[in-house]
Design a protein around this ligand. Structure first.
Ligand code: EPZ
Length: 423
C-alpha cells in the first residue's frame, strides 16, 4: 500500500494543468451503453474509478478500449448481452449504480448490486429507486441486488427529488430517455456533470427539455446513436489546486485547462480570502495572500459551494488569521479529515454538520490516515504547509480522483514522493 512522504513547508510556484473530470466522465461512460453504435469520449483521466467502471461495463459484454496516451475511451455496446453489475465491482465505486439506469433504459432489464456506503456513512439510493418506480420500472430487492424490469413504453410521470441528487438525476435520465412516454424530474441536479450528460444525450438523439434548469422533462425516443464527446475538465481538481495555491504566502500558481464556469460561485467566495486571482478563459492565476481572511462557508447544490471542496476549504482555514465555520448541508457527517488535520496541530471542532476552525495554527508534520478521496487530498494540502515530514497513508483513496497528483505538485516545487508504506 502506498503513502505520500511530504516535506514542508514549501511554496508552490509554476503551472498546474487540470485533467478530465472524474464525475463527468463516469455518467458519459454509462451513456455510451444507450447508443446503437460506438461512443468515443476524449479528455478522460487515468483514475482508479475510470478503470473500475471500465471493468463494470466490460462485465456486460460491452467492448471498452482506453487509449491512455490519448486520454480517449471508446465504448462499443454491440455485444452487450449480460445485464448485470456485480457486487464485487459496484462496492468499489458508487457511480457503478448508473448501470441500473443504463441497462433498464436500453434493455428494460437489469440486475445491479446496491452500492455500499462509504467512509463517511450511508449513501442511500432511495431516490433512484422511487423515481424509477414512479416512471413505471418494476423494482425488486433480492440479496443486496436491485432486480429491475420495465416495458418498452413506460407511462412516465413526475418525480420530485428531495433532496436534489446528482446520481438520482443521472440514473433517472438514463432509464427514461429510450423508454418513458413523458417523465418529469423536479428539483433535478444542475451540477455540470448532470448537464453535460443531458447535452450529450440530446446530441445522441434524446428528447430532453429544461437542460440546465432544475426541471427536466424527458420524452422517450426509439434509439440513440453513438457520439464523440469531450469530457469536461475536473472542477473539483481545479478548486483543490486553487486552495493549494493560497495556503503558503509565497505561492504563485497558474492553473490551465480549467472550466471556470463549472465552479459556480466558488471563485467569488475564494476571492474573499484575500487571494490575488485573475481569470482569463481557461487559465486561473493565483498569488497567495500574506494573510488569509477567515471565510465561513456553507456547502450547497450547484452553483453553490461544492461539498467536494469542503474538506479542502476547512484545511485552508486552519491557516487563516482568525476563526470561521464550515457547514456541510449536503452530507452531515463528511468530517473524517478533522481528527487527522488536528494531529498536525489544527484547532478544529465538529458540532453536528459544522466544523469550527480557529486559525492561524502552525502545522507540524506527522503520520496521518486517508479516509476518503477529498479528506485525503486535504491531508496533502496540510502536509505541504506543515513544518517537517508528513506521511499521508492509504493514498489509494487519492488515486481514485486525482490524476498524477504528486507529479503535478512536484512540478511546482512541492517536496512529495510516493513510497510503498510496507517497504
Ligand atoms: C455525486 O455523488 C458525486 N459523485 C459526489 O462526489 C458528490 O459529493 C455528490 O454528487 C454531491 O455533489 C459522483 O459524481 C460520482 P447525491 P452522489 O445523490 O450522486 C442524498 C467525490 O468526491 N441522497 O447528489 O452519490 C445523499 O445522501 C464524490 O467525487 C438520498 O438521500 O450524491 C446526499 O445527502 C463524493 N437518497 C444528497 O442526497 C438518494 O437516493 C446528495 O447526494 C440519493 C442521494
Amino acid at each position: 500500500m502506498d503513502k505520500f512522504v511530504i516535506e514542508g513547508p514549501t511554496p508552490l510556484k509554476g503551472t498546474i494543468p487540470i485533467s478530465g473530470s472524474k464525475n463527468a466522465a463516469l455518467p458519459l461512460m454509462a451513456t455510451a451503453i444507450l447508443g446503437d453504435s460506438p461512443t468515443t469520449i476524449t479528455n478522460v483521466p487515468k483514475l482508479r474509478d475510470v478503470y473500475t467502471f471500465n471493468n463494470v461495463i466490460r462485465v456486460t459484454g460491452t467492448h471498452v478500449d482506453f487509449n491512455e496516451e490519448e486520454a480517449t475511451l471508446t465504448i462499443d455496446p454491440k455485444h452487450l448481452s449480460h445485464l448485470e453489475a456485480p457486487y464485487e465491482l459496484v462496492r468499489k465505486m458508487r457511480a457503478s449504480f448508473y448501470m441500473l439506469g443504463a441497462l433498464v433504459g436500453k434493455f428494460g432489464q437489469a440486475k445491479v448490486s446496491l452500492p455500499g456506503g462509504c467512509a463517511w456513512g450511508p449513501r442511500p439510493v432511495d431516490l433512484h429507486l422511487d423515481g424509477m418506480r414512479e416512471m413505471g420500472v418494476d423494482i425488486e430487492l433480492d440479496q443486496g441486488y436491485v432486480i429491475a424490469s420495465a416495458p418498452k413504453q413506460m407511462k412516465g410521470g413526475t418525480f420530485k427529488l428531495e433532496p436534489s441528487s446528482v446520481g438520482a438525476t443521472i440514473n433517472l435520465v438514463l432509464a427514461s430517455v429510450l423508454r418513458a412516454e413523458e417523465f418529469t424530474i423536479k428539483n433535478a441536479a444542475r451540477e455540470p456533470d448532470a448537464v453535460l450528460l443531458c447535452e450529450t444525450l440530446s446530441e445522441m438523439g434524446a428528447n430532453i427539455e429544461g437542460i440546465g434548469t432544475d426541471t427536466l422533462t424527458i420524452r422517450g425516443v426509439d434509439s440513440l446513436s453513438g457520439i464523440e464527446v469531450r469530457n469536461a475538465s475536473d472542477r473539483i481538481e481545479t478548486g483543490t489546486f486553487m486552495i493549494a495555491a493560497a495556503m503558503h504566502p509565497e505561492s504563485d500558481v497558474t492553473i490551465t485547462n480549467a472550466d471556470v464556469d463549472d465552479l459556480g460561485h466558488f471563485p467569488e467566495t475564494f476571492r474573499k480570502t484575500g487571494v490575488d486571482m485573475t481569470i482569463e478563459d481557461s487559465t486561473i492565476h493565483i498569488k497567495a495572500p500574506d494573510t488569509i481572511n477567515p471565510t465561513s462557508i456553507k456547502t450547497k447544490v450547484y452553483p453553490g459551494f461544492p461539498t467536494d471542496l469542503q474538506a479542502q476549504w476547512s484545511t485552508m482555514m486552519t491557516q487563516a488569521e482568525g476563526s470561521c465555520s464550515v457547514t456541510d448541508t449536503i452530507y452531515d457527517d463528511r468530517f473524517s479529515y478533522v481528527p487527522e488535520v488536528t494531529r498536525l496541530g489544527a484547532d478544529m471542532d465538529v458540532e453536528q454538520n459544522t466544523v469550527h476552525i480557529k486559525g492561524k495554527t502552525p502545522l507540524k508534520g506527522a503520520s496521518v490516515m486517508s479516509t476518503d478521496l477529498r479528506a485525503s487530498v486535504s491531508l496533502v494540502l496540510a502536509g505541504m504547509v506543515a513544518k517537517g515530514t508528513t506521511d499521508v497513508l492509504r493514498i489509494y483513496h487519492l488515486d481514485r480522483g486525482y490524476e498524477d497528483l504528486e507529479q503535478k505538485l512536484r512540478n511546482v516545487g512541492a517536496n512529495i514522493k510516493r513510497v510503498d508504506q510496507d517497504a
